[in-house]
Design a protein around this ligand. Sequence first.
Ligand code: MN
Length: 313
Amino acid sequence: MSNVEAEPAEVTCTSAPGTVEVLQPRDVPLGGPRAMSVRRTLPQKQRSFIGAWCFCDHYGPDNVRMDVAPHPHTGLQTVSWLFTGEIEHRDSHGVHAYVRPGELNLMTGGRGIAHSEVSTASSTVLHGVQLWLALPDAHRDAPRDFQHHVPPTVHVDGAEVRVFLGSLAGSTSPVTTFTPLLGAELVLPAGATVELSVRPDFEHGVLLDTGDVTLQETALTPGALGYAGTGRTTLTLSTRDGARVVLLGGVPFGEEIVMWWNFVGRTHDEIVAYRDEWQAETDRFGRVEGYDGVRLPAPPLPGGRLRPRGNPA
Ligand code: MN
């Protein structure tokens, strides 16, 4: 997906250790005809990352058509995870794939990649999440890549668990990542209390998709992302009427990045150079074959210099 937000805000705040911090979503309209709107919980003023997860958009269920023309990425990986619907993906790595519910599609755009995303004709309702992972400095020019994985469903305390990245509940994704990470979907039946063993060097986020859930002692409303810092060996989720959540985790990223439009870099000048190369159609990003339409032009840069964002130490 392409970020078309004009002016992402940035500020830093701190949170008390040990407590669950609730990140409320904000509605962000995405452009185009029959525009869809997403609920964004990362990044935001008080928190830029959970592990290397640096972008969390939650959308649907909506009766919408997605049609995102070819656009570039740098310095990141994208994870598309659907609950409902089907999206056709094409990229400049030569991959043509379908994104379907319960299936991980992880695209790497380190040095530069371009892709398009279009909902298929049979797909009327879209419901899912679009996530970005920041690449660590040592790997941020990683070559183009695309990995597909269908995780098995495992059970813990009555919940269905699908681990698409990392390890949880005895299930390990074979998909390799550049920093230690966790990504999983959990479906909790009514009345369930689920105790998950987690790595204490990870911080975690729980995005409530549907239903009701309490993370530790903190109740979340649908669309909210509950954040739990490092130092825990268990996470406890409970629900009254049932819930579906996405659990994200990772070792705190510890680097500052500059994010603008669809680029992740380290400096203002680097972002300007990426934008210039996209506009000049250099081979950094390559070509997306088979998309019916024209590529997305980069929006104008904001006035002033882009500043890095990171988490409070
Ligand atoms: Mn994209």
